[in-house]
Write a protein that binds this ligand. Structure first.
Ligand code: GLN
Length: 537
């Protein structure tokens, strides 16, 4: 890795700073945005490519990122009003899940059908990131159209988990989570329809947040299931997610489901520093049987820490959560089958002509979709079309919508007894690449704990909860709050994060064996029982 030219902060330290820390140092003039952006671009060049590279990025946007960084540095250098008016995160780089459209860079949705396609407009969240002058490092890998839990359904090859290069980084937003975990970006954006921000966060040891439905604009996020999709932050710390959430959130007239009122101050909540008197509810149905013992152990430790910090732990029951996964896998494919109808070989991206005449529009459409979509996307389009067809609509789609209401009622009842709910984010740690690829049902089970929040529209946050005893891999802890109460997630999340880090003697990512290159002097005394996985980054 190259050192920063001026050498104020060595590049390997620079890329490990939290976004908040980097922002402070930029404001104090200790480092420039060009130095930080270049350090991240160098890191991407070092670890992302090649046969055993992380493959978090589908596109790197070096020139534009450096130009934005230089602009921020120039404004800062002049001082005065313009410098004072800069956003807190100005100059802090970010990576974007390639489901979110961006002018000047390709957007593929992880699919061959959009290969080479450029959006003529920016998503609202991208406009806000540009307004804050955050350099965009590039676009990150994902399962095709965000359908998956491992990033293996990407048409551009899987992303590797920086903790163990032979394991999955979660999905569908594995690229964003891996980029942040491998110190290729301090921040990223993801989208979460059933867990695609939180589950990748859990298995890569990073923080991921699914905001309240409607609190972050979906305008410009290629729709998978519109009633479930949310854009949200990916970061290494809870405070960093709060900072980014505040940049991207707020009303947007371009999204008809956008909430009119802003959320409470998320950054202030992350800085509050106490959970005394808060009632935290363990969801009986979302732990125990079916959860890996090491996941359960770390979950129990987090409960102890919160209890010691003055929170009251209560148990709540959400009996209808057992039907949530089934309902999700009817509602999501139904909406997806409709949303993906627009990829017809006429309007966007790929066009494949049928081999034999006649050359009709239907035959062009069929040939394009047959070769442009991967197996998982086809599976879900077929499932959704079936569930919506006359004669099955009431039995499948209608029943699933009823279950959705029951899940919402379970949440309402649970939030009468608790301010925040808590569960493991995922039932297991990262599995091996290929392990569940041929077993869609096993793959779908990864989201058993994350899906209820999407069905109900409530916010959820996943933070690193330690390493599982049996495999030394990251475990995620999920917090859930009532709709519009995202601030509670940051308040409890930041306290739990700080208690956990005290118990480990530092951030969990410092203990990732595959991340520690030989040139790095990661404090080996902080490394616990983690076996050495995969290659070294
Ligand atoms: N893994 C889930 C699915 O495959 C969730 C996807 C998502 O949140 N985008 O549908």
């Amino acid at each position: 890795m190259t050192e920063t030219p001026t050498g104020a902060i060595p590049a390997r330290e620079l890329i490990r700073l939290s976004a908040a820390d980097l922002a402070n140092r930029l404001a104090a003039g200790e480092v420039t945005s060009v130095e930080a952006t270049q350090a991240y671009l160098d890191r991407i060049a070092d670890v992302d490519g090649g046969e055993r590279g992380v493959n978090a990025f589908l596109h790197v946007n070096a020139e534009e990122a450096l130009a934005v960084a230089a602009e921020v540095d120039a404004i800062r250098a002049t001082g005065g009003e313009a410098a004072g008016a800069l956003h807190e995160l100005a100059g802090v780089p970010i990576a974007i899940k390639d489901l979110i459209v961006t002018v000047g860079q390709p957007t593929t949705a992880g699919s061959k059908i959009l290969e080479g396609w450029h959006s003529p407009y920016d998503a609202t969240v991208i406009k806000r990131i540009r307004a804050a002058k955050m350099p965009i490092l590039g676009k990150t890998n994902l399962d095709e159209f965000a359908m998956g839990s491992s990033t293996e359904h990407s048409a551009y090859g899987p992303t590797r988990n920086p903790w163990d290069l032979d394991r999955i980084p979660g999905g569908s937003g594995g690229g964003s989570a891996a980029a942040v975990a491998a110190f290729e970006a301090p921040l990223a954006l993801g989208t979460d329809t059933g867990g695609s921000i939180r589950q990748p966060g859990a298995v890569t040891g990073t923080v991921g947040v699914k905001p309240t439905y409607g609190s972050v604009s979906r305008y410009g996020a290629i729709a998978m299931a519109s009633s479930l999709d949310q854009i949200g932050p990916v970061s290494r710390t809870v405070l960093d997610s709060a900072l980014l959430h505040q940049v991207i959130g707020g009303h947007d007239p371009f999204d008809s489901t956008s909430l009119p009122e802003p959320l409470a101050d998320l950054v202030a909540a992350a800085r509050m520093g106490n959970v005394e008197g808060m009632r935290i509810g363990i969801i009986k149905e979302l732990h125990g049987e079916g959860y890996q013992p090491g996941v359960e152990n770390r979950f129990n430790e987090s409960l102890d820490l919160l209890r010691n910090a003055g929170a009251t732990i209560v148990e709540v029951s959400c009996p209808n959560f057992q039907y949530a996964l089934g309902a999700y896998y009817l509602i999501m494919p139904s909406e997806a089958s409709s949303n993906l109808a627009k990829f017809d070989g006429v309007r966007f991206g790929l066009r494949v002509l049928p081999e034999d005449p006649p050359l009709t529009i239907e035959r062009v459409m069929a040939a394009t979709r047959a070769s442009g979509f991967g197996d998982e996307v086809k599976r879900r389009i077929i499932l959704g079309t079936y569930a919506l067809s006359a004669g099955y609509y009431d039995a499948y789609y209608g029943s699933a919508q009823k279950v959705r209401t029951l899940v919402q009622r379970d949440f309402d009842a649970a939030f009468e007894q608790a301010d925040v709910l808590i569960s493991p984010t995922a039932p297991t740690t990262a599995f091996r690449l290929g392990e569940k690829l041929d077993d869609p049902l096993a793959m779908y089970l990864n989201d058993v704990a994350t899906i209820p929040a999407n069905l109900a529209g409530v916010p959820g946050l996943s933070l690193p909860g330690g390493l599982a005893d049996e495999d030394g891999l990251p475990v995620g802890i999920q917090l859930l709050a009532p709709a519009r109460e995202d601030a509670r997630l940051y308040r409890v999340g930041a306290v739990l994060e700080s208690l956990l880090e005290q118990s480990w003697g530092g951030p969990m990512l410092d203990r990732a064996p595959a991340l520690a290159s030989t040139a790095d002097s990661v404090d080996s005394s902080a490394v616990t029982a983690a076996p050495n996985h995969g290659g070294s980054l």
